[in-house]
Design a binder for this molecule. Structure first.
Ligand code: SF4
Ligand code: SF4
Length: 236
């Protein structure tokens, strides 16, 4: 049985000095959405990646959708009725900051899916500084400017393969800041807030007990897990 540890940072983002988003697990993202007045904002990446359309369709069962960047086309084709598809992302951000569209005042959480990462980074920075609304990024890359973000990297740890030898601990480079990985009673523990996602522990583990996942495969896995948890949260 593998257990997952979600790592917020790539090496580069670990160097940022700004306040960073809380890296949430799929279950935590589900809980945040379910306990907020959430609205989903979709972007143009839906036109390029069909799996994002599928997840946006599923998410539309839980919250209204603002479709930007022409993302309304694949959504409407699948039966979704967006709250609006008349505004660009730039308009929506402006409304969140100046209250220019009354409808938006009903929500306290903006959830983003399918927005180009470099554009989303700037949008989230603006919202963080100039609006009251909280933000959650469900996109593939960890977004430090959001309030909450899914991670870009995850470690899958298989305890049944681990011998507790400690080789992974000796190669971890975070020693000076506090140890990101440790072995306690033959089992490894990771502190995600210290881990820089370098992958050395996995590389040096001769038993293959640590595997790093990233990219589209991990993104699909996290979104699926989040949706499963959202159904559970709604039902309870
Ligand atoms: S190197 Fe591998 S087997 Fe040894 S403690 Fe680390 S994860 Fe376990
Ligand atoms: S060696 Fe492993 S635990 Fe240590 S920083 Fe690198 S990825 Fe994280």
């Amino acid at each position: 049985m593998r257990r997952w540890v979600f790592i917020p940072r790539s090496y580069k983002t670990s160097e940022l000095q700004c306040e960073r988003a809380i890296c949430v697990t799929p279950a935590e993202a589900a809980e945040i959405i379910s306990t907020s007045k959430a609205i989903l904002v979709t972007g143009g990446l839906l036109l390029e990646r069909d799996y994002l359309v599928n997840f946006a369709v599923e998410l539309s069962r839980f919250m209204p959708v603002i479709a930007t960047g022409a993302s309304s086309k694949p959504l409407i084709e699948r039966g979704v009725k967006p709250l609006t598809c008349s505004y660009t992302l730039h308009h929506i951000i402006q409304f969140a900051e100046d209250g220019g569209w009354k409808e938006l005042k009903r929500y306290n959480l903006m959830v983003f899916l399918g927005v180009q990462p470099y554009y989303l980074s700037r949008v989230l920075s603006s919202l963080r500084h100039f609006s009251r609304i909280k933000t959650l990024s469900l996109d593939e890359f960890y977004q430090p400017n959001a309030d909450y973000s899914l991670s870009s990297i995850a470690m899958a740890i298989d305890d049944s393969l681990c011998s507790g030898c400690g080789d992974c601990v000796t190669v971890c480079k975070t020693m000076s800041k506090g140890l990101a990985i440790n072995v306690v009673k033959g089992k490894i523990y990771i502190k995600p807030c210290l881990c820089i996602g370098c992958g050395l522990c996995a590389e040096y583990c001769s038993r293959g007990a640590i595997v790093f996942e990233r990219g589209e495969g991990l993104h699909v896995l996290m979104l699926s897990e989040m949706l499963r948890n959202m159904s559970l949260v709604i039902e309870r």
